[in-house]
Structures are given as C-alpha cells and as structure tokens.
Design a protein around this ligand. Structure first.
Ligand SMILES: [Zn+2]
Length: 258
C-alpha cells in the first residue's frame, strides 16, 4: 500500500452529506461494498412513473474532486427534482481512497478506468454486478483534467441524435471551453470529442474505460464531462451541472421513451 500518501480530504464528510440527503430527500443511499475501509456508495432515485433512466458517476480518479462535489450538490440542492420522470443510479465516488489523497489511482496503484475488460479488480467486479440487467437512456461521467486549458466533452451515441454542440454552448456560459485540436490523443473540435461508435474497433482494445463497458452493455448514449482543474471549484461544479441539465432538457423532456 502507498502509505506515504498524505490524506488531504476526509471521506467521512461525503458519508455525512449523503446521509443527510437520504434523510431529507426521496433518495436511497446504499453501501454496496467496501474497499480499503471505505464504503462504496450507490444512490438510487426511482420515481414511480419514470420514462428516462440515467447512470451518473464521479470520483473514478481521486484527483478529480469537482465531479464528486457536483454529484453531492446535485442531490443536496434537489436539482434532480426538476426532472421528475428520470430514474437515477448514481456512484458518487468510485475511488474514495484516491479522493482522500488527491490521487488518481486506487490503493493498489490501479487506474480503475482501465480495468473494465477482465474481472480481476474487486471495484470493477462490484460495479459490473450492480449494473447487471440495467438499461440506461444516458450515462454521464464527471471527470477533470489537470492539464486541460478549458472544458471538454466526450460523446458516444448509438442514436443518430448527438447533443455535444448544445452542451458545449451551454457550458461556455460558465467556463472556458478548450480550443486544443488534440486532447489526450483524441481529435477534438471546439471542446468536443466524438468517437463514432464502431464497436468492433472498441472491442479490440485491451484496456477498457468504464464508458466503453457501459456503452457496450447498458447505455444508449454516453457523455464524459471534463472540467479543467485549474479553474475555481465553483465554476467546475457549475460546468458539470450545466452539461447534465442541458443533456436532460434535450433528451429527457422532449423525447421520453415510448
Ligand atoms: Zn478522470
């Protein structure tokens, strides 16, 4: 274990905030497992007449705190209530050990977002078990990038309808958008990385991020929201919220599943 890493955050604070949300809002908070003495939380919101389902996650990489903060505030402020027909499955923090230390990897030095092919990593096994049998209209991952010059977005869709441009347009009101032509080895256009879903090519990859796994097995449409870590926390949280709200306004309000 990497004992020399210094804790800079206390996951107890996240536990308390989730407990408060569970008490005050119609939200179910479960502990689905435990890794390195940290609970793995799953949040469920299941309205009776849901017509649209969303899988939301954050904290895959411990040094990306704005995603976790954005999920917590989304719940605390009751933002989800603006979309009463949405059913939610939420992982508020996939890697609490890393989150406490502002460290990308888990306690065993693994980037969890490269372990979704094969079944040896316990966190990934648990995630796959929770997702078994699930189908989502939309999967959203909150990430951050410490090298990024501005906000950017990954989009994968089985549908013909892509919404990346509209999301970028709304996020632009709260944070700078990346102008880099290549981001993390991917071609980007005004902050948008859109990889056509050639599943056969994705399948040949050895190290799958969660997005590929979810896109292949569980979701119609995937968004990876990436905030630039150098900007203030408040702005990064607002950027994630703007992306999620815009996606839901476009998909969940106007096009409920028949
Ligand atoms: Zn990340």
């Amino acid at each position: 274990l990497y004992d020399f890493f210094v804790k800079i955050r206390d996951f107890g604070a996240v536990t308390r905030r989730l407990a408060k949300v569970a008490r005050e809002r119609a939200v179910t908070v479960e502990v689905a497992g435990s890794f390195d003495e940290h609970p793995f939380f799953v949040v469920r919101i299941e309205p009776k007449h849901a017509t649209f389902s969303v899988f939301l996650s954050a904290g895959m990489h411990g040094e990306e705190p704005a995603g976790v903060e954005a999920v917590l505030q989304w719940l605390e402020k009751g933002e989800f209530k603006k979309f009463p027909h949405v059913r939610w499955l939420i992982f508020p923090c996939i890697n609490p050990w890393g989150w406490e230390r502002d460290w990308r990897l888990n306690a065993r030095g693994l980037d969890l977002n490269r372990q979704f092919r094969g079944r040896r990593v316990p966190e990934v096994k648990l995630i796959k078990r929770i997702l078994r049998g699930e189908k989502f209209d939309l999967g959203v991952e909150f990430h951050e990038d410490y090298e990024a010059t501005g906000y950017y977005l990954y989009e994968l869709s089985h549908r013909t309808r892509c919404i990346g441009e509209e999301i970028i347009a709304s996020v632009r009101r709260v944070i700078k958008i990346s102008r880099d032509p290549v981001i993390d080895g991917n071609r980007a256009e005004r902050g948008l990385i859109r990889r056509p879903p050639h599943l056969s090519r994705l399948r040949r990859r050895k190290r799958w991020p969660m997005a590929f796994y979810v896109f292949t097995n569980h979701a119609e449409h995937i968004l990876g929201s990436e905030t630039p870590k150098e900007f203030p926390m408040k702005q990064r949280v607002a950027a994630h919220h703007a992306a999620l709200k815009t996606a839901l306004n476009l998909l969940a309000r106007k096009a409920p599943r028949a």
